[in-house]
Ligand binder design. Structure first.
Ligand code: GLA
Length: 414
């Protein structure tokens, strides 16, 4: 990217993902050094950013995620003895366990996402009950714990691998991919015990290059929307704060519990069925419900879906440069009403905006992780420089930057 030439602290800007052949070769090399022989193939799935529509997938809302060029790479080979053997570049000790021993809460840590997919595919009838197991070696270019959905990338890469190795010809058409989305969500919710909403798995399996998806999490509709950033002289800059983020620590689940309680009080299946914040507040007041925390959470859920709907309309009209105020309002709502931001996130968002970003917001589950900024191409060096200076001034972890060029969905490499 020529506009970064001579720019600030280039060593800290992970601008391009490594090339695909290099990443695939790393997964293969890890496979060869951990297990005997060669894999049956290599598959990969992307991490994700989300343009807008945060923390609304589990309330039937609208979100606009896109696949990152950074992907997680899996070298995979079937077994016949009912064992799973899993190894990752980040944790080179092989994890081994029986397929039939996989259950809620077991295994723990990263193997849960892979073992969970095997379990869920069997539960959904997409793998035979007597499935013989699999060896998997993982190399990930999706930064871990950065709120960029490295776990869904793991799940979805294995799901497509097993669908290709064991499924019918239709298992990777649109309906087949939707069935894999469902299985991957079950793996995450029921085995890894993360109460997440499904946006990440949907985009990993349905993404389209150059597009974001408009997910209607009420109707289930998935519509690609063109995101011609380059042609509009724009860059979507992902800023990884490098502050640790964890979804399984109860905060995410706690948010979900509150908005689901609100939906029950309002006697609707999800908050999506409520037309406006005023309507929700009025109806809750009539029920004698005035808990300020509940009202703030509801206000975020309803207003964020309205913003995501407005952003989708701007994209349809090709008005990308006008997205900024919606991104800013999303961040304010996530910070003030949903309370899922953090000092590090607020700091990079403020710095990016002061340096000329058109809009900026935290992305993903929050409590650390990453933010994104919509930036005119020429302003990228100034924005990255300002973000680095602002974090240095507060002695916060040094952020890293990714160029969120919308990439393709999970697929076979070789
Ligand atoms: C995480 C979850 C998603 C979604 C986002 C917040 O990434 O996995 O389901 O809820 O947080 O939008």
């Amino acid at each position: 990217m020529t506009f970064l030439e001579g720019g600030p602290a280039l060593a800290e800007i992970h601008w391009h993902p490594p090339s695909s052949p290099e990443s695939a070769a790393r997964a293969e090399a890890l496979f060869a050094s951990s297990f005997d022989g060669a894999p049956a193939g290599v598959w990969s799935a992307p991490g994700r950013a989300n343009l807008i529509g945060e923390h609304v997938d589990y309330v039937g809302g609208i979100c606009l995620p896109l696949a990152l060029p950074q992907r997680t790479w899996l070298a995979v080979r079937p077994r016949t003895d009912g064992l799973l053997r899993l190894v990752s570049g980040q944790c080179p000790e092989v994890w081994q366990g029986a397929v039939r021993a996989v259950r809620p809460g077991h295994p723990r840590g990263w193997p849960a996402y892979l073992a969970g997919v095997v379990w869920a595919l069997i539960s959904e009838g997409l793998l035979p009950a007597g499935f013989g197991g699999v060896d998997v070696a993982v190399h990930s270019d999706v930064p871990l714990g950065a709120g960029l959905s490295s776990s869904a990338a793991l799940e979805c890469a294995l799901a497509v691998a097993l669908a290709e190795l064991f499924g019918s010809g239709s298992s990777l058409d649109t309906a087949g991919r939707s069935a894999l989305v469902k299985a991957c969500i079950r793996a995450e919710n029921e085995i890894a015990l993360a109460a997440t909403g499904g946006m990440d798995q949907t985009v990993a399996l349905h993404a389209r290059t150059g597009h974001c998806l408009r997910l209607d999490c009420d109707s289930g509709a998935v519509d690609p929307l063109p995101l011609p950033l380059d042609a509009n002289g724009l860059v979507l800059l992902v800023i990884n704060t490098n502050a640790p983020h964890r979804l399984v620590d109860g905060q995410y689940r706690a948010r979900r519990v509150v908005v689901e309680r609100a939906a029950r009080l309002l006697r609707v299946p999800t908050l999506r069925r409520i037309s406006s914040v005023q309507d929700a507040v009025g109806r809750l007041a009539a029920l004698g419900e005035d808990d300020p925390e509940l009202l703030r959470r509801v206000r975020h859920a309803i207003s964020e879906t309205a913003r995501a709907g407005a952003a989708a309309r701007l994209l349809v009209e090709g008005r990308l440069a006008e997205l900024g105020p919606l991104l800013d309002a999303s961040h304010t709502s996530l910070r003030e009403d949903y309370e899922v931001s953090s000092l590090e996130l607020d700091n990079v968002v403020d710095a990016a905006k002061e340096a000329g970003a058109l809009g900026a917001r935290m992305v993903g589950g929050g409590f650390g992780g990453s933010a994104l900024a919509l930036v005119e191409t020429a302003a990228v060096p100034a924005v990255t420089e300002a973000v680095l200076a602002a974090t240095e001034a507060k002695a916060l972890p040094t952020p890293t930057f990714l160029h969120a060029l919308p990439g393709p969905s999970a697929a076979r490499w070789s």
